[in-house]
Design a protein around this ligand. Structure first.
Ligand code: MSP
Length: 522
C-alpha cells in the first residue's frame, strides 16, 4: 500500500471453507474484481480483500466428518480449492485473509476486550434455535414449520448456554438514524428497506460466544468460551488492514489509508449481519462505518438458491471449461441485474456467448485485423476522425462509468456492448470490402479501417476489467502494447480521446477471441 490518499477499499464476504467454491461464491468475487479493476483503471489507489471464514461449528463438523482436524482441513481447502479457483478466474485481490491467522485472532481479541472495558458486553443465558448452516441464532418466528431453517430446509439445534452478550439493542436508534442520513450506506433500496423494517421491529442483544465446542478464537477473559463465528468473521474487514494497531505502526498506517471500507459486497442472505450487527460493533468501538453495504441477489437453480448442501452447486470450472474464463466473468454481470436473483441456464449462456461475444465483439475484431492485413499490409493506417463514432464513444464512456461506479454492472456492460453494435453498423454501412475494389477509394478505405481500429481500441480498454485476458490478447494483436503500453495501464478517463491508437504499428492475427462453441464440445 502506498502512503498517499485513501484507497478505494472493497471486500467480499469471507467464505466458509466447508466445501470448494461454487458459482455463487464466484459471482461475488468476480463482481468485486471487475469493480476494483475499473477503479484501478480510473487511476485510483485500490485495496481488494477476500478470504476465508474458518471457525465455527459448520467447518468443524465438516472437518470431523472427513476425518481431519479443522486446521488441516482449512489449510487443505484454502490451498487446493479456494486460492486456485480465484487464480483460475483471474481475480486480482490485494490480500487474502484467513480467520485462523494470528494477525486476525489477536486483533479480534483486543477489539472484544475493548468493548468489554467500555461496558458493551455482559454475561447471560442463551436459549433458542440455532442453524449451523447459517451459523445464526434464529427467532422462532424466522423458522418454517417443524423448526426448519428457511434457507437450508434443515432442522435447527436448540441451544441452552451461558454466553457473553453484546448490547446490540442499544444501537438501534443510532442505526436507524444512520440509514436515514445515509441512504447510500445500504443498497439497493429494497435491501435498505428490509434492514430498516427489521430494526423498527425491535432487535435483541446478541450472544457473541459459544461454550459447547472449542473451534474458534478464545474469549480473552473466559477461555472456556470461543467467540461466535460471525462476530469473529465480520471483524476480518478491519483486522486485515490493521485494526487497533498503534498509529505510527505499519498496521496503523494501513488502517488510516483504507478504513472505512468503501463497499462491502454481500449476498442478500447475509445482509443483516453486515447492515445491523457490523455497524453496531463499529459504533460501539467508535470507529467510522463502511460507506456502503451492497446486497446482491442469488443465483438460482430450479428456482432455488444454488447451493452445495442442496446438491445444486455448480463449480466455476464446469462452466469455464466450456465457455472460457472471460465469458464466465462477463455472463453473470451482463445477464442479471446486480441486486436481483437470476436463474442460471446453459442455453441462455450459450446464446449470449454466440451473439454478443463471438459475433458482435470477437468477429468485429477478427474482421478488422484481417482487413488491415489484406488492404493495408498489416499496418494501422493514418489517424482519421469520425464525429459520430467519437460522440457515441464519449456518451458510452460516461454511461458506463457512472453505472459501474453505482454497481449497476448490467447497464455499464450494456452501454459498452451497444457501442460495439454501433461499430459493427459502421463497418456494415461503409462496406470496406467494396471500397477496396477501387484504388481511388484508398483514403476513404484507410479512414474506415482506422476508425474501426480506434473504436476497438476503446472497446478493449472498457471491457478490460470484465474480460482481462481476452482484451489483452486483442490489445496486443492491435500492436497497442508496443505503442501505448500495457492495457491495464490505460486510463478510463482517456478512453474517449479519438486518435489515441497510433498509425504505423503492425497488427498480428491472434487466437480467435471467442471460439465457436461446437468446436469445443467433445
Ligand atoms: N462466512 C459467511 C460470510 C462471512 S462475511 C464476514 C458466509 N459464507 S458463505 O460461504 O456461506 O457465503 C458467502 C457468500 O456467498 C454470501 O454472500 C452468499 O450470499 C453467497 N452465495 C452463496 N450461495 C449463493 C448463490 N447461490 N448465489 C449468489 N450468492 C450466493 O456466509
Amino acid at each position: 500500500m502506498s502512503a498517499e490518499s485513501k484507497s478505494f477499499y472493497l471486500t467480499t464476504p469471507i467464505y466458509y471453507v466447508n466445501d470448494a467454491p461454487h458459482i455463487g461464491h464466484a459471482y461475488t468475487t468476480v463482481a468485486g474484481d471487475v469493480l476494483t479493476r475499473w477503479h484501478r483503471q480510473r487511476g485510483e489507489s485500490v485495496w481488494y480483500l477476500t478470504g476465508t471464514d474458518e471457525h465455527g461449528q459448520k467447518v468443524l463438523n465438516t472437518a470431523t466428518a472427513n476425518g481431519s482436524s479443522p486446521q488441516e482441513w482449512c489449510d487443505r481447502l484454502v490451498e487446493t480449492a479456494w486460492k486456485p479457483t480465484w487464480a483460475s478466474l483471474n481475480i486480482a485481490y490485494d490480500d487474502f485473509i484467513r480467520t485462523t491467522e494470528p494477525r486476525h485472532m489477536e486483533r479480534v481479541q483486543r477489539f472484544l476486550s475493548g468493548l468489554k472495558d467500555q461496558g458493551h458486553i455482559y454475561s447471560g443465558k442463551y436459549e433458542g434455535p440455532y442453524c449451523i448452516g447459517c451459523e445464526e441464532f434464529k427467532l422462532p418466528g424466522d423458522l418454517l414449520p417443524e423448526g426448519l431453517c428457511p434457507i437450508h430446509s434443515t432442522p435447527c439445534e436448540i441451544l441452552s448456554e451461558e454466553n457473553w452478550f453484546f448490547r446490540l439493542s442499544a444501537f438501534v436508534p443510532q442505526l436507524l438514524q444512520h440509514y436515514k442520513d445515509h441512504p447510500e450506506a445500504c443498497q439497493p433500496a429494497s435491501a435498505r428497506n428490509e434492514v430498516v423494517a427489521f430494526l423498527e421491529g425491535g432487535v435483541q442483544d446478541l450472544s457473541i460466544s459459544r461454550s459447547s465446542f472449542d473451534w474458534g478464537i478464545p474469549v480473552p477473559w473466559d477461555t472456556n468460551q470461543v467467540i461466535y463465528v460471525w462476530f469473529d468473521a465480520l471483524l476480518n474487514y478491519a483486522t486485515a488492514v490493521g485494526l487497533g494497531d498503534a498509529l505510527g505502526s505499519v498496521g496503523g498506517k494501513d488502517f488510516a489509508q483504507t478504513w472505512p471500507a468503501d463497499v462491502h459486497l454481500v449476498g442478500k442472505d447475509i445482509l443483516r449481519f453486515h447492515a445491523v450487527i457490523w455497524p453496531a460493533m463499529l459504533m460501539a468501538a467508535e470507529l467510522p462505518l463502511p460507506k456502503k453495504v451492497f446486497a446482491h441477489g442469488w443465483l438460482l437453480v430450479g428456482g432455488e438458491k444454488m447451493s452445495k448442501s442442496k446438491l445444486t452447486g455448480i463449480a466455476p470450472a464446469d462452466i469455464t471449461d466450456h465457455f472460457g474464463v472471460d465469458a464466465f466473468r462477463y455472463y453473470f454481470l451482463r445477464a442479471i441485474p446486480f441486486g436481483s436473483d437470476g436463474s442460471f441456464s446453459w442455453e441462455d449462456m450459450g446464446a449470449r456467448y454466440t451473439s454478443e461475444l463471438a459475433n458482435d465483439f470477437g468477429n468485429l475484431a477478427s474482421r478488422l485485423i484481417a482487413m488491415i492485413e489484406k488492404y493495408c499490409e498489416g499496418v494501422i493506417p493514418a489517424v482519421a476522425g469520425n464525429a459520430t463514432l467519437e460522440a457515441a464513444l464519449a456518451a458510452t464512456l460516461s454511461a458506463a462509468d457512472s453505472a459501474i461506479l453505482n454497481l449497476d454492472f448490467q447497464s455499464g456492460i450494456n452501454a459498452i456492448m451497444d457501442f460495439c453494435k454501433r461499430v459493427n453498423g459502421f463497418v456494415t454501412e461503409k462496406e470496406p470490402w467494396v471500397l477496396a475494389k477501387d484504388p481511388n477509394n484508398k483514403a476513404e478505405l484507410d479512414a474506415v479501417l482506422y476508425n474501426t481500429a480506434e473504436a476497438i481500441r476503446a472497446l478493449a480498454v472498457l471491457l478490460h476489467p470484465v474480460m482481462p485476458a481476452t482484451t489483452e490478447t486483442l490489445w496486443n494483436s492491435l500492436g497497442a502494447d508496443r505503442t501505448l503500453g500495457s492495457i491495464a495501464d490505460q486510463r478510463i478517463g482517456n478512453v474517449a480521446k479519438w486518435g489515441t491508437l497510433p498509425s504505423g504499428s503492425k497488427v498480428t492475427k491472434g487466437a480467435v477471441l471467442f471460439p465457436r462453441l461446437e468446436e469445443k464440445v467433445d
